[in-house]
Design a binder for this molecule. Structure first.
Ligand code: GDP
Ligand code: MN
Length: 382
């Protein structure tokens, strides 16, 4: 569950992480009024669930009410990497002496928390991570021990933050760690964490991703639901009762069972392609489920080929075949389908489908062969 910057900053503030005073607005006059209350100069910032807003022109200063209204008017409605700006954050402008990066996330393989701190914030941290990995001081934190002041201090020193920033940074790291752990976040990130010429350290940006499974402990997190970016495909699939996760590739995947569906996504990658989705039809290979699955995948403009991968067990091959036959009557398919049908009653099922096999609907004997064929039909590698 990803928070917008202004939500992330409110979340930080609850844990005592200092952020600039600000308000949000969804129209220019509201923005100008907010700016007057805050005091000039202000910075007006697009509120979308993607980074890189600064580079895209979504973070701009304003020195008076007219300018604030004009800047807000420019930013509202802007498209930033596929997201339309519907709200802006108006904030007291900060003077910047230095820009740092600080973040906490999970290191699953180490089974520890991972803290990252760098004196080279403000720019793409991914770029720093690649070109100059030593510029990021990494700290593995045992969740049982937590992070104490001494560890935070030597970490700040290892990251070579300016000495003027050490005290403020240590304080923020401790509070940010608390926000990360107490709030059940998967990620908290501050880029930039700034040092002002006056010696204050504060969070100028906020990226927070909360673990949605912790909602039972945090009923207040429900307020974030309304602002979650919506994947229309997922909404349509869930409305039809399908286990579906949207992905970015070109091969639509239908499989029975979560394990087989995941393996199918993997094998499509191994074959040099990329899955457009994860879709588990479960034990329900009846006509309604199969038709719903084909409809959802057919409506996805990214899909160029479909790989149906079914292993008969609890559901039988002939039942699957009947489901596909009936579904094909109902759905006018755009993309070619490759079917791998194995397991119980597979031979009967394939015999039933024989009359409808064509260039647009072929079978493969094995899972790897099916994946290769589907990737080929989708136009090759990702
Ligand atoms: P992002 O591009 O989406 O990560 O948005 P940020 O909130 O990080 O803003 C991008 C950049 O704008 C920051 O790295 C700062 O350099 C600059 N910026 C943001 N707020 C202020 C401010 O109050 N004062 C100044 N001088 N620069 C700011
Ligand atoms: Mn940023």
């Amino acid at each position: 569950m990803d928070l917008l910057e202004h939500q992330g900053k409110r979340y930080f503030a609850q844990y005592g992480v200092p952020v600039p005073p600000g308000e949000t607005a969804s129209d220019p006059s509201e923005a100008a009024a907010a700016a007057e209350r805050i005091g000039f100069p202000v910075v007006i910032k697009a509120q979308v669930h993607v980074g890189g807003r600064g580079k895209a022109g979504g973070v701009r200063p304003a020195g008076n009410p007219e300018e604030a209204a004009a800047v807000a008017d420019d930013i509202l409605g802007m498209d930033i990497r596929g997201r339309t700006v519907g709200r802006v954050l108006i904030e007291e402008a900060s003077e910047i002496a230095a820009e740092y990066y600080a973040g906490f996330t999970l290191d699953r393989s180490a089974r520890m928390y991972l803290g990252m701190l760098s004196a080279r914030g403000g720019v793409d941290i991914e770029e720093v991570a690649e070109s100059d990995p030593d510029a990021i001081a990494r700290l593995l934190i045992d969740p049982v021990d937590g992070l104490d002041e001494a560890a935070a201090r030597s970490w700040a020193e290892a990251a070579r933050l300016d000495t003027a920033a050490t005290e403020g940074a240590v304080e923020i790291l401790l509070r940010l760690y608390e926000a990360f752990t107490e709030g059940d976040a998967d990620l908290v990130e501050v880029n930039p964490l700034i040092l002002t010429p006056g010696g204050r350290v504060l969070a100028l940006d906020a990226k927070v991703s909360l673990d949605a499974s912790s909602r039972f402990r945090h009923p207040e997190y429900r307020e974030y639901d309304a602002t979650q970016p919506r994947d229309e495909r997922e909404a349509a699939a869930h409305a039809r009762g399908l286990q579906y996760v949207g992905l970015d590739g070109t091969v639509g995947v239908i499989a029975n069972g979560a394990g087989l569906a995941m393996s199918t996504v993997d094998i499509v990658s191994q074959a040099g392609g990329a899955a457009a989705n994860f879709l588990d039809i479960g034990g329900g290979a009846d006509v309604d489920t199969m038709a719903a699955a084909l409809e959802v995948i057919n409506d996805d403009p990214g899909v160029k080929a479909i790989f149906i991968n079914i292993f008969g067990g609890i559901i039988l091959g002939d039942v699957v075949a009947q489901g596909i036959l009936d579904a094909l009557e109902r759905v006018d398919m755009r993309s070619p389908i490759v079917l791998r049908l194995d397991g119980a009653n597979a031979a009967q099922g394939l015999a039933m489908l024989e009359p409808v096999f064509s260039e647009m609907f072929t079978t493969a004997e094995t899972m790897p062969a099916g994946a290769l064929r589907a990737v080929e039909l989708a136009g090759g590698g990702a």
